[in-house]
Ligand binder design. Structure first.
Ligand SMILES: Nc1ncnc2c1ncn2[C@@H]1O[C@H](COP(=O)(O)OP(=O)(O)OP(=O)(O)O)[C@@H](O)[C@H]1O
Ligand SMILES: [Mg+2]
Length: 251
């Protein structure tokens, strides 16, 4: 099977800062790949290139075997090609009702071409109940995003990606700043994603989360991929130590 994503020789600078210095990375179809590394290593920059927010200075990328034309690649095109990104920063309008959040930018329309609000609400209820299994009292399509817990918000964003059947779902630090129970919800959503055959790139600093859900770990250092390990090749303890050790100290 074609990898879901291949990246070759990706570079990106911001003025004098070389954020990415030649990244080669494959995301296999149906795998969860964790992207790890220190602050400033280039993880979010790489994510933003995949999701169409930044264009690289050089390098190539394929999605499901199809070459990406950077001149025509942006967030909308990335979505069309099956890439959905859930940013740690708020990607959900807090004051908006849930149903609006699910369908923003991609409305369901009736035969007259008008936004089919009724159907959007019905589909939102299905999404909440079936896809993410929300059982909270008073959860309804008109509820505001602001009334959701952190884990539920991440869940809604992930569910939206699942609803639109994105092949590739990118999560940039989805469990950071969440409590144990909330983080647990997000991890179980990611497990669902994999069960349903989606590929997932998961950026995190939280080793115990990453070790549980990822199939492989890609360690970034100063704008490059330094190491890639399969879960079977490294224990949680060794993974945590490897990341704690400065690159200078590493054998
Ligand atoms: N829009 C930007 N303008 C200028 N510099 C940037 C921009 N985005 C990122 N950088 C710089 O590029 C480098 C890589 O940043 P990036 O956000 O990709 O790191 P990261 O691995 O995601 O870090 P963290 O773990 O802290 O989220 C950093 O030196 C950062 O300051
Ligand atoms: Mg980051």
């Amino acid at each position: 099977m074609e990898p879901a994503v291949t990246m070759r020789g990706i570079t990106k600078s911001f003025g004098p800062i070389h954020a990415l210095r030649g990244v080669d990375l494959d995301l296999q179809a149906g795998e969860v790949l964790a992207l790890l590394g220190d602050n400033g290593a280039g993880k979010s920059t790489l994510v933003k290139i995949l999701s169409g927010l930044h264009v690289p200075d050089s390098g190539t990328m394929t999605l499901d075997g199809k070459p990406v034309d950077w001149r025509r690649y942006d967030v909308a095109r990335a979505r069309d090609m099956g890439v959905e990104t859930v940013y740690q920063e708020r990607s959900l309008g807090e004051k908006q009702p849930l149903w609006r959040n699910v369908f923003v930018g991609r409305h369901l329309r009736n035969r007259l071409g008008l936004i089919d609000v009724r159907r959007e609400k019905v589909e939102t209820m299905k999404l909440l109940a079936d896809v993410i299994g929300f059982r909270g009292v008073g959860l309804h399509p008109e509820a505001r995003v602001a009334s959701l817990s952190g884990g539920e918000r991440q869940g809604l964003a992930i569910a939206r990606a699942m609803y639109f059947d994105a092949a590739i779902i990118v999560l940039d630090e989805p469990t950071t700043a969440l409590g144990v129970t909330e983080a647990e919800k997000v991890l179980s959503f990611v497990e669902r994603l994999r069960t349903e055959g989606h590929s997932c790139l998961f950026v995190s600093h939280e080793m115990h989360h990453v070790h549980r859900i990822a199939d492989r770990f890609a360690l970034m250092e100063r704008g490059r991929i330094a190491t890639i390990l399969k879960k079977s090749e490294i224990s949680l303890k060794d993974l945590a130590e490897k990341l704690l050790l400065g690159e200078e100290d590493r054998p």
